[in-house]
Design a protein around this ligand. Structure first.
Ligand code: GLU
Length: 369
């Protein structure tokens, strides 16, 4: 790995490192992480920290309650977040800043751009941004749900060169290391495919060896497609951080794509949600090689959902297969009107004046996701 090129990194720390016994925060494991951050900064590398742990840190304030009760879980997050921030803050002699986000913030382009600007501004002033999901306000519809995926979205938003995900095992193994003595650590992954996801295991079974190895691989997939080298390392051992500082790889290194997606295409593919869909006539999609780079109303078979100008939409084949995510330059209402029978003449004149239905630069071809 070429650490000398790193200008900015994102470090993701999970709840087990913050509140190992669910009895409030402990700095036991955080000291070596904090030292790593300090040493990176002294080498001129900007750091953004994505820290979980608010629920685990706040749980001890609600001894008679289970986190299965959503309202109590949100209260735990609210109480634990301040405790967690205070713990991190004590470990640094420079300023820290708290940013709490939801998926609803990240998938809205205006808010996303504002988040990026805030992160850049904090980094320019040597303040360490500490980011978590805003658990008290999220609902199923609004949340990212796990901080691994959140850290990849943040790494993309921050234009990071590397994402370091601290786990409780050394990295990704070819099989569950807790069940198989001969499980081998994969030190390098250049392509994240089905086989790699199979090694990570399902979400419910907690992945190969630890909770959430699957979400870590999902995060790696998002980050590498933005040109961000991603590492899963053991956050419980100081050695991992010392090796990283020496330019060595202590865990699994997911290699960044050489030709990363453009920032806006990456955001559309991995962060934004489609607000609606357009279905393309078979005759038109038959002539395509799995991509679509322009679209006219005469090629549209159906418009689904309600969306406005500028929203992200899914472009589908008639057989239901996803073809692309794109920025719609037309509202669903207008598209319904101009693609209806009898309106062709008006539509072609209108499109000539108004421009393409979807913008070419916003098209992200989907590999059937
Ligand atoms: N946002 C949650 C918390 O701070 C953690 C989510 C996760 O563990 O991925 O407790």
């Amino acid at each position: 790995m070429n650490r000398s090129n790193w200008k900015r990194i994102v470090v993701k720390v999970g709840s087990a490192l913050i509140a190992p016994n669910r009895q409030g925060c402990s700095s036991h494991y955080l000291l070596s992480i904090a030292q790593f951050i300090v040493r990176c900064r002294s080498q001129g590398i900007q750091v953004v920290l994505v820290s979980s742990g608010s629920v685990a840190a706040g749980a001890h304030q609600f001894p008679d309650h289970s986190k299965k009760n959503i309202a109590v879980k949100k209260a735990m997050a609210a109480a634990g977040q301040t405790e967690m921030m205070a713990t991190w803050d004590r470990l640094f002699d420079f300023a820290t800043a708290q940013i709490l986000l939801t998926h609803a913030d990240l998938r809205d382009r205006e808010r996303y751009v504002s988040i990026r600007e805030t992160i850049f501004s904090l980094l320019d002033h040597d303040v360490l941004p500490i980011i978590n999901e805003n658990d008290t306000v999220t609902t199923d519809k609004l949340k990212v749900g796990d901080n691994d995926n959140l850290s990849a979205m943040v790494a993309a938003a921050a234009d990071a060169d590397a994402l370091i995900i601290c786990s409780d095992v050394d990295g990704l193994y070819d099989k569950n290391p807790h069940k198989h003595d001969d499980a081998k650590l994969l030190s390098w992954v250049d392509k994240i495919d089905e086989k790699i996801f199979a090694m990570a295991g399902g979400a419910e079974e907690g992945g190969v060896g630890t909770g959430g190895m699957r979400t870590k691989v999902e995060a790696a997939e998002k980050a590498v497609s933005h040109g961000i080298d991603t590492f899963i390392i053991n956050g419980f051992t100081e050695l991992s951080f010392n090796l990283m500082l020496e330019g060595q790889n202590p865990g699994t290194h997911f290699q960044a794509h050489e030709k990363p997606m453009k920032e806006n295409v990456h955001w559309m593919t991995h962060t934004s949600n489609a607000q609606g869909e357009v279905v393309i006539k078979k005759a038109f999609t038959d002539s395509l090689n799995d991509s679509v780079d322009s679209l006219t109303s005469s090629e549209i078979l159906d418009v689904k959902g309600e969306f406005s100008v500028g929203d992200t939409i899914l472009v589908r084949r008639e057989d239901g297969q996803k073809l692309a995510k794109a920025k719609s330059n037309y509202s669903s209402c207008l598209l319904n009107f101009i693609s209806s029978e009898g309106n062709q003449k008006f539509a072609s004149e209108f499109e000539e004046k108004t421009g393409p239905i979807i913008s070419e630069q916003h098209i992200a071809v989907l590999e059937n996701k």
